[in-house]
Design a protein around this ligand. Structure first.
Ligand SMILES: *[C@@H]1O[C@H](CO)[C@@H](O)[C@H](O)[C@H]1NC(C)=O
Ligand SMILES: *[C@@H]1O[C@H](CO)[C@@H](O)[C@H](O)[C@H]1NC(C)=O
Ligand SMILES: *[C@@H]1O[C@H](CO)[C@@H](O)[C@H](O)[C@H]1NC(C)=O
Length: 204
């Protein structure tokens, strides 16, 4: 008899303890997620956006053997517009595309990791130079069409892995941006200049 009562009591205590643990757990996670949401609303790190200030397209032409030669230099600025947020860039990379065809990653690895203080801008200069050995005939046709029409479009895709710390919360985020550039057809010895400046947009 007493044994049953004992075990019932133990069980109840266990139940109570478990409940307490669960309650503390809930409280802990609620506090944590509320602070994460507040941090998010105050700092809006997702509003951070790179910009292409200018670019030079030296070459974008088809070779006699069906290749595509390219030579592109881009000035890209990364701005930390937050007042109290230090950002650490763990990894930065850029790839250029013409009509879906990869024109290769930037020739030199972009400098990373680096730190960026509040209200500061860092300008990086990715360069893309080389030749795609054989391009799809649709891509070649599209380039011919664009050259004849007087405007060629190139997309630069920038991938960032950044880390920021707010209070006790450290967050590592990965962002990918698309920057759309347009140029007049480059001529021999007369590179095409893009100086309108354009924002890069968060890619899906
Ligand atoms: C390439 O250009 C063609 C013609 O404008 C367009 O329909 C197609 O969607 C483009 N492809 C990519 C991957 O951008
Ligand atoms: C921005 O960062 C650079 C490089 O770290 C530094 O030299 C410069 O003083 C900073 N400017 C401001 C306004 O913090
Ligand atoms: C391609 O561009 C390069 C550099 O501008 C130039 O030397 C070459 O003649 C061009 N080729 C063609 C087929 O237009």
């Amino acid at each position: 008899m007493s044994e049953t009562r004992e075990s019932m009591k133990a069980c109840c205590e266990c139940g109570k303890a478990c409940f307490q643990v669960a309650w503390h757990c809930t409280q802990f996670w609620t506090t944590l997620s509320i602070s994460a949401i507040v941090v998010w609303l105050v700092y809006r790190p997702n509003h951070f956006q790179p910009n292409v200030d200018s670019a030079v397209l030296n070459t974008l032409n088809l070779t006699a053997t069906g290749g595509l030669r390219y030579d592109l230099a881009v000035d890209m600025s990364f701005r930390n517009s937050h007042r109290g947020l230090k950002i650490q860039y763990l990894d930065v990379s850029a790839i250029a595309f013409y009509n879906g065809t990869t024109l290769g990653p930037a020739n030199d690895a972009l400098p990373a990791p680096f730190r960026q203080g509040p209200k500061n801008t860092t300008v990086l200069h990715p360069k893309f130079q080389g030749m795609v050995a054989a391009v799809d005939s649709c891509v070649a046709a599209e380039l011919e069409r664009e050259l004849a029409a007087g405007t060629v479009h190139v997309r630069v895709s920038a991938s960032l892995t950044i880390k920021y710390k707010v209070g006790l919360i450290k967050q590592i985020s990965f962002y990918k941006y698309d920057c759309w550039l347009w140029f007049p057809p480059p001529q021999v010895n007369a590179p095409a200049i893009f100086d309108a400046g354009t924002r890069c947009w968060l890619a899906k």
